[in-house]
Design a protein around this ligand. Structure first.
Ligand SMILES: CC(C)CC(=O)SCCNC(=O)CCNC(=O)[C@H](O)C(C)(C)COP(=O)(O)OP(=O)(O)OC[C@H]1O[C@@H](n2cnc3c(N)ncnc32)[C@H](O)[C@@H]1OP(=O)(O)O
Ligand SMILES: O=C(O)CCC(=O)C(=O)O
Length: 303
């Protein structure tokens, strides 16, 4: 007996990797969780490299080593305990292996198509909360940060490097929110402070159902850049690690965000680039992305 599936397909390609049920789930929900996609061995290697970076045994060009705002503005904390996130690890061969893992790219292709750029890389080391609730990541849409389109050809892969659960601040997603548009983002009004550039969605329906993505080491979630998501406080004594990459089809194109809701983040990024790298205002928001993007499969057609 043949089962015929009728659903409108906007977000996924049939590459023979996703089952019809998985495609339907991504189309409907905007995310899909694949268990045990990355081996323990690979994760342990990424953890080791993270430690080496924190101990300054390796120096990686372009890498942003970020501290939690309460740690940065308080007492001196040493080594990996001070680091909340590594951002832009594309020049670190060991960490960047994550973005090229065949089992990840096989899934990414279902969303981007065959020409794939790794656009944004992070290793998140969510620290135990200091009591100020700054370990939270406000609910947001990743597209807010991206001056490229179309959104449907962008996807994030996020892999748990250890067990993540509500207690240590797993990802929280609003299923189906990727069907909406890009919303206005800004800093949330949090008493204890907010990390630099952690913008949140200004208004979203507080009654929208939420899913807490509890995951085991190696489990990987792929999600759409309009999916509203965030993560809770880390209420444990340990650090919660995850490694992630945002991919886009190299057929995507850059847009000018002037006059849009993205202008605030664009200004912040340009200001930071000017301060950090001494670049002038001829360096655009788009340039900051084009410089970081790396081709990982197929041809660099446009981006
Ligand atoms: C889709 C995806 C993009 C979603 C996201 O990930 S959203 C979050 C994106 N976040 C970012 O891109 C921020 C990346 N972080 C950075 O660029 C850096 O870590 C900075 C926050 C600029 C700090 O740079 P760093 O070189 O460490 O500078 P310093 O230690 O000298 O501190 C300079 C001034 O910045 C302050 N600072 C450091 N870390 C944070 C923080 N987490 N939040 C807020 N303020 C912070 C620090 O206190 C210092 O302030 P002043 O003493 O100048 O007043
Ligand atoms: O890992 C986390 O806690 C949240 C990461 C996230 O949502 C992001 O960086 O866009």
């Amino acid at each position: 007996m043949f089962i015929i599936y009728y659903f409108s397909v906007i977000y996924t390609f049939d590459t023979g990797v996703l089952t019809p049920e998985q495609r339907l789930a991504y189309e409907e929900n905007g995310f899909i969780l694949i268990r045990k996609l990355v081996s323990d061995q690979d994760i342990d290697r990424f953890s080791k490299e993270f430690e080496r970076i924190c101990k300054r045994e390796v120096k990686v060009p372009g890498l942003v080593v970020m501290r939690d705002v309460t740690i940065a503005k308080s007492e001196y904390v040493e080594g990996e305990k001070a680091v909340t996130k590594l951002q832009d690890y594309q020049e670190d061969l060991e960490l960047f292996r994550y973005c090229t893992l065949p089992q990840i790219l096989k899934y990414v292709e279902c969303f981007t198509g065959p020409n794939i750029m790794a656009m944004h890389t992070m290793l998140i080391n969510k620290p135990p909360d200091t009591g100020k609730k700054t370990s939270r990541h406000p609910m947001h849409q990743d597209l807010h940060y991206f001056p490229f389109r179309p959104a449907d050809r962008i996807v994030c892969s996020w892999t748990a490097m250890e067990k993540v659960h509500r207690g240590n601040g797993c990802l929280v997603v609003l299923p189906g929110s990727h069907h909406g548009t890009l919303l206005e983002h800004d800093y949330p009004e949090w008493e204890g402070g907010v990390n630099k550039m952690y913008h949140g969605v200004r208004n979203y329906d507080p009654n929208h159902p939420r899913v807490h993505l509890e995951m085991e080491k190696g489990d990987t979630v792929f999600f759409h850049p309009l999916l509203i998501h965030g993560s809770g406080m880390n209420q444990t004594d340990g650090f919660r690690k995850a490694i992630s990459c945002h991919y886009a089809s190299s057929d995507c194109y850059y847009i000018d965000v002037k006059g849009t809701t993205q202008e605030n983040i664009s200004n912040e990024v340009k200001e930071l680039a000017a301060k950090k790298y001494g670049v002038d205002d001829t360096v655009t928001f788009q340039d900051t992305w084009a410089l970081r993007g790396r081709l990982v499969q197929g041809d660099r057609t446009s981006m």
